[in-house]
Design a protein around this ligand. Structure first.
Ligand SMILES: [Ca+2]
Ligand SMILES: [Ca+2]
Ligand SMILES: [Ca+2]
Length: 417
């Protein structure tokens, strides 16, 4: 989640709505020795976005940024093999991507060992790129809400991937430019003030309107003799709009793009930024990862949005990542959390307890051909010393928690952790 929600959290007082005495602190990272062919995939909305272009590079140029160091320590304790970071400001030279490795991940923190990723990837994000149109229909052209994706400068809230395994760069597919109108049955938003249907965006605007609020990337990861497609994205928060629900509808269809992409016969309409058409080949292995900004039952996304993935027969949901820290937070924070329908143990984000409350927003979803060995959300209970890494508002790292899933990839050999 981006933008103003974080600010609302200032009101998240600890009116203890229940006891946490019965909660025990599990290890923040699972302990059983995984088989040798187990690969850990993770997603982390790390709030490594800044208010001005170039600020993240400045912050990462020395090892002294406290928030970046805390994010790095979480990653070092989680020790993923393949990691997506959401909300990582993009720069065309990849400088921030390199500096975060060199000055943070490669530096031990509080006893957590350095972690090295020989392979990494980033690319342009639609955030902050001016569209030249009045997309929010406020009568003025310009500003973060008229960009292709919400952002104050190009690349704000972008994405970064780090991997211990090679990324098959020749076969990477990006979907930054795919137009929303080219999705069959697109949920194009309607201006309720006019009789015409689905007319929030004009024909001229739809001719350029990109579906992805950041980007969607298919990164083929070479693991032994296998390829696992790491399908990453960060759909827009379904809020910050009006009755037309332009962000809710976009969120729904951004999630749908991956659902169609992995469903044989459903992705024929999808074209990538190089003009190649079609979805993932049937039988290809994948892991979908990212902040999807959609809880199955709570929050403001359109009902059924995340179910497009969770109920997809190709997606393995046999073990949903969970934490005890999220259960404790829900009890301590109360408010909207008390009326939630989703089990709080699956929450991954600590949002305002006025609205929407804590949500499951971040997902790591392997295909059914990859057996899940273990999974968790990195959300220690407060009695755990590592709770200092996640904390309470104002958060020392992020309002989101890191999520990881270990899958068995036939023929893989684990790199050293
Ligand atoms: Ca405008
Ligand atoms: Ca209308
Ligand atoms: Ca909260």
């Amino acid at each position: 989640m981006t933008r103003t929600r974080r600010i609302w959290l200032a009101c998240a007082a600890f009116a203890a709505a229940g006891t946490t005495a019965g909660l025990v602190s599990p290890p923040a990272v699972a302990s059983p020795s995984p088989p040798g062919n187990t690969v850990r995939f993770a997603t982390f909305n790390a709030s490594l976005n800044r208010n001005f272009a170039g600020q993240l590079v400045t912050d990462l140029s020395t090892p002294s940024n406290a928030q970046a160091a805390t994010v790095a320590e979480i990653i070092q304790r989680m020790r993923p093999d393949v990691l997506l970071i959401n909300e990582f400001d993009f720069d065309a030279a990849g400088t921030a991507l390199r500096l975060f490795q060199d000055n943070y991940l490669s530096v031990p923190h509080n006893g957590a060992a350095a972690i090295e990723y020989p392979h990494r990837f980033t690319a342009e994000s639609n955030t902050g790129i001016p569209s030249g149109f009045d997309l929010n229909n406020n009568g003025v052209i310009g500003g973060p809400d008229d960009a292709y994706g919400f952002g104050f400068f190009p690349g704000q809230f972008g994405m970064a991937v780090y991997s211990k395994y090679p990324i098959d760069t020749d076969d990477i597919r990006t979907f930054q430019h795919f137009l929303w109108k080219d999705m069959p049955g697109a949920r194009l938003p309607d201006d309720p003030a006019t009789a015409a249907p689905r007319d929030w965006y004009s024909p001229a605007e739809l001719a350029v309107f990109r579906l992805s609020s950041k980007s969607h990337w298919d990164l083929p990861i070479a693991i032994g003799k296998r390829t696992v497609h790491f399908l990453v994205s960060h759909p827009t928060p379904p809020v910050f709009d009006g009755p037309e629900d332009r962000n809710g509808t976009r969120n729904f269809d951004e999630i749908r793009l991956w659902a169609d992409y992995v469903t044989p016969g459903a992705g024929g309409y999808i074209y990538d930024d190089d003009g190649h058409v079609g979805g993932l080949p049937a039988g290809a292995h994948f892991v979908i990862a990212g902040d999807q900004n959609s809880d199955p039952l709570d929050g403001d996304s359109i009902p059924g949005a995340i179910q497009q993935l969770l109920d997809n027969p190709r997606v393995n949901t046999s073990h949903a990542p969970e934490s005890t820290g999220a259960v404790e937070a829900s009890l301590l924070q109360g408010g909207a959390n008390t009326t939630h329908r989703s089990d709080p143990r699956f929450d991954t984000a600590d949002f305002s307890d006025t609205s929407p409350g804590n949500l499951r927003a971040d997902y790591v979803l392997p295909d059914t051909g990859l057996r899940i060995w273990n999974s968790a959300v990195f959300w220690p209970v407060q009695a755990d010393p590592l709770s200092r890494l996640t904390g309470v508002f104002p958060f020392p790292s992020s309002d989101h928690r890191a999520v990881w899933v270990d899958v068995r990839v036939p023929g893989a050999s684990s790199p050293s952790r």
